[in-house]
Design a protein around this ligand. Structure first.
Ligand code: SF4
Length: 435
């Protein structure tokens, strides 16, 4: 069969789509571009995106325009939460929840055999098993993503993820070791450890995230490791100590804040307050000079008054970071926050988003300026044909551009950061390590 796949949402979803794609290829199916003629369309959905239903319909329609006779399977978080809504979309053949997502290829003939829409969505319970996934960044094969944890046992008031992905569960240490070795054999130069709540990693035999890092440090891997987003209350001293002792794990932290106001953090049911956040962040920044530090913030959460928002802005001024991911709050069905009073008018949410994004741009460009003249390890990822340049990241998360021919793919190199060009820094090679 010719199979076309499409992903909505986060990196974890993309990693899982890539794993499904590998399974299809292994079974002898051809993978074709989404929107072209195909026999089967597979859509991996998300609930975090605004108007998940509208987006899902749009993607199904787009797929069927290019492949009017194709069968359509819809999976992912939105499929788990609203299966009936998806089943009612014209052209859908099967709806598969998150537990069976990575078994679609195995169950294919069964899923496609019925004349009516097949809905296969299990209830998520504490017995839900972990299914690992790994992906790479296309042809350049520089960065691999390894999902080592899934699900979340927290109950943040704005979040649908625990409902869509179920309880926290994780890959065993042995399985992680095997995956990391396979990534080395395949020649990747970086592996990003990902999960929904990575810091809550707990293997079936009770190993914690610090044990994962310790094992990684012992393996003497030929590539660098990047840690995905981690909750502040899980960035404990053990994790920080091992991280700082292992030269392979890059100095880049992504730690959600969501609000710099304790009243709002309490309402969000986050498991930290601003003083804990500040302490954890400052400890990290003292251990890792020049680290890239990213922070998630939500603008316009219900009940966020102007003075709460001002507190967030002030708090952000007072702590070290290098970029923000700013999300405009939007009501998510099935979450407690959707029913809270004090909704912030949408134009005000957008204005607060704009203010935070401007703050982020300013801080990032100051960080880039400070990095000029330093030497870093650059990993080329994508090629900009027009600019004849590679774009990629340094270990401390500086978006970089290197003018060079396409043929430098699959190398990492020591570079000097020479000048700021727009939102990137131009780098020049000092030494190249060929794989
Ligand atoms: S920690 Fe909170 S925001 Fe993150 S996945 Fe869990 S419930 Fe959602």
């Amino acid at each position: 069969m010719r199979v076309a796949l499409h992903t909505l949402g986060c990196k974890l979803n993309s990693t899982e789509t890539a794993a499904i794609e590998r399974q299809f290829r292994a079974q002898g199916h051809d993978i074709v571009e989404y929107g072209s003629d195909a026999d089967l369309l597979l859509i991996n959905t998300c609930t975090v995106t605004e108007q998940a239903d509208v987006e899902c319909r749009k993607v199904v329609r787009k797929g069927l325009r290019g492949a009017p006779d194709a069968r359509v399977i819809v999976t992912g978080c939105y499929a788990q939460l609203q299966p009936e809504e998806i089943a009612s979309i014209d052209g859908v053949t099967a709806v598969v929840g998150t537990t069976d997502k990575l078994k679609i290829v195995e169950q294919l003939s069964d899923l496609l055999s019925s004349e009516t829409v097949t809905v296969r969505v299990d209830e998520l319970s504490s017995g839900t098993t972990f299914i690992g996934a790994r992906s790479g960044n296309g042809n350049s094969r520089t960065r691999a993503f390894l999902k080592i944890q899934d699900g979340c046992d927290y109950s943040c008031s704005f979040c649908t993820i625990p409902l869509a992905r179920g309880p926290a569960r994780a890959m065993s240490l042995d399985a992680i070791r095997r995956e990391l070795q396979a990534i080395a054999v395949e020649g990747y130069q970086e592996c990003i450890l990902t999960g929904i709540n990575l810091g809550e990693y707990r293997s079936p035999d009770n190993q914690r995230f610090a044990n994962v890092l310790a094992m990684t440090a012992d393996m003497d891997l030929p590539y660098r490791i990047r840690i995905g987003s981690i909750e502040p209350n899980t960035l404990n001293d053990d994790v920080l100590r091992i991280w700082s002792e292992c030269s392979n794990i890059v100095p880049h932290l992504h730690m959600p804040l969501q609000s710099g106001c304790d009243t709002i953090l309490r309402s969000m049911k986050r498991r930290y307050n601003t003083s804990m956040y500040r302490e954890r962040l400052q400890t990290f920044a003292e251990l890792f000079a020049d680290a890239g530090i990213g922070i998630d913030v939500i603008a316009g959460y219900p009940g966020e008054t102007q003075s709460h928002f001002d507190e967030t802005v002030q708090f952000l001024h007072s702590i070290p970071w290098t970029y923000l991911h700013v999300f405009t709050y939007s009501e998510r069905e099935l979450t407690p926050a959707a029913n809270y009073s004090g909704a912030v008018p949408m134009n005000e949410r957008r204005e607060r988003t704009r203010i935070l994004r401007a703050q982020s741009q300013k801080r990032t460009s100051e960080f880039h300026q400070q990095q000029i003249g330093t030497e870093r390890m650059f990993l080329p990822e994508g090629y900009d044909v027009e600019a004849r340049a590679w774009t990629g990241w340094t270990e401390n998360h500086v978006a970089s551009i290197l003018h060079a021919p396409y043929s430098i793919e699959k190398v990492r190199m020591n570079v000097r950061l020479v000048e700021v060009v727009g939102d990137k820094v131009r780098v020049e090679p000092i030494e190249v390590h060929t794989v």
